[in-house]
Design a protein around this ligand. Structure first.
Ligand code: GLV
Ligand code: MN
Ligand code: MN
Ligand code: MN
Length: 394
């Protein structure tokens, strides 16, 4: 973790901004390749930009472990990289102990788990399992209007390789992702480690409010069709709908864009990305329906129009019970806790027995520079992962 501590620091918010195929991402990929090579692992990049480092020849029956190296804008140091660094450290410890795996062990770094550049969360794993249409994904644009296809070619990659990779998925017999906890459950329990029981369902929707651009000084207040005002009302409705839905419901607008974004200009368009999460798939859908019904009314009352596009939907994930129980046993009877955060392990879970190990986070803060984990807990996590790999690969 110290080796990558200077890569991709965010000069504005603090923390890290590491996004698919940007300079920071490329530097992290180079670090991954050299760290894995130093352990004698064979590194390859798949058609979806995921990196795989094989201990032993690439073969079926593999035990995969790892996470992602990208971050949200201004994110913490641990969300993602801790799982990759711990996987490499676990392999190093197993090698030092003289362990010889019967099944191949492969360390993976999935691309763009946060979906911060192209909007699609768990980009690399989602494409690999065939859960997203590559043609649609390649046409996605980042904030600067660069399409994924252009970014892909710019990095010297072939867009034709993007898409489902069933033979690679079929090679895996288990996937274990270690991750910093994104809550304070373990801090409250005074325990360093847990396994994950489930991931609550979540989705992303892009809301576009179109109005009438005009002059800030010459246009009377009455009769304006200001999409920023309409969006402001929608944002309050998003919050109020989630609060009304009960304590398990979450709704967030954390990303907005105004066109043309001028001080003395009534905007012509305001966009927002809506993130909704709840205990059950139907609860997410019901909360969305309530939110959009209110949004439609509010936007229409301002004389504007609303367009809604579903960007992604991730149904509830229940992790493989047999694998999870086995890991909890190796770890000495740790708790199994659900999480409100998305993970590549959740995307793989319907296809490959998957499980997660959480490392205590003293404040529970995540997706922000204040995210943390104690060194001794990270060391306990890597050692526990080594024990788990020894058990699974024997
Ligand atoms: C990823 O961390 C997410 O839950 O959005
Ligand atoms: Mn995250
Ligand atoms: Mn993560
Ligand atoms: Mn003027």
């Amino acid at each position: 973790m110290a080796e990558i501590a200077d890569i991709g620091r965010d000069p504005v918010r603090g923390g890290y901004s590491r996004h698919l195929l940007d300079d920071a991402d490329l530097a992290l990929r180079a670090w991954f390749r050299s760290s894995a090579a130093a352990l004698g692992l064979e590194v390859e990049q798949d058609g979806n930009g995921n990196l795989w480092a094989w201990w032993g020849p690439r073969a079926a029956g593999a035990i995969a472990t790892g996470s992602h190296l990208d971050s949200v804008p201004g994110g913490g140091a641990y969300d993602g990289p801790l799982g990759v660094a711990s996987a490499l450290e676990a392999v190093a410890q197993l090698q030092a102990s003289g362990f010889e795996p019967v099944r191949p062990i492969v360390v993976v770094a999935f691309g763009e788990e946060e979906g911060s550049r192209f909007g699609l969360p768990c980009f690399g794993s989602r494409l690999m399992v065939g859960a997203s249409d590559p043609a649609v994904v390649l046409a996605r644009a980042d904030r600067d209007g660069v399409t994924l296809e252009e970014a892909w070619r710019g990095a010297g990659l072939d867009p034709a390789t993007v898409g489902a990779d069933p033979s690679r998925v079929a090679e895996l017999t288990a996937f274990v992702e270690l991750h910093v906890e994104q809550g304070v459950d373990l801090e409250h329990r005074e325990m360093p480690l847990a396994v994950a029981s489930a991931i609550i369902p979540h989705g992303r929707w892009r809301l576009t409010v179109d109005g009438e651009g005009n002059h800030a000084g010459t246009t009377p207040m009455v009769g304006r069709h200001d999409p920023v005002v309409a969006l402001a009302e929608v944002i309050l409705a998003v919050r109020d709908t989630a609060v009304a839905a009960g304590p398990g419901a979450r709704a967030t607008i954390g990303r907005v864009a105004v066109t043309p974004n001028g001080t003395n200009v009534i905007a012509s368009r305001a966009e927002a990305w809506l993130d909704i999460r709840a205990a059950a798939d139907d609860d997410v859908r019901a909360q969305l329906a309530d939110t959009l019904a209110r949004a439609e009314m509010l936007v229409t009352a301002e004389g504007c129009t609303l367009t809604v596009v579903e960007e992604s939907f991730s149904p509830i994930v229940t992790f493989d019970e047999t694998l999870t129980d086995r890991i909890a046993g190796v770890l000495g009877g740790v708790p199994a806790i659900p999480t409100g955060a998305g993970h590549d392990a959740g995307i793989l879970a319907p296809h490959v027995p998957s499980a997660m190990i959480f490392v205590r986070n003293p404040t529970g803060v995540s997706h922000a520079p204040g995210e943390g984990a104690r060194d001794e807990d990270c060391e306990a996590g890597a050692a526990a992962l080594a024990d788990v790999l020894r058990e699974l690969a024997s």
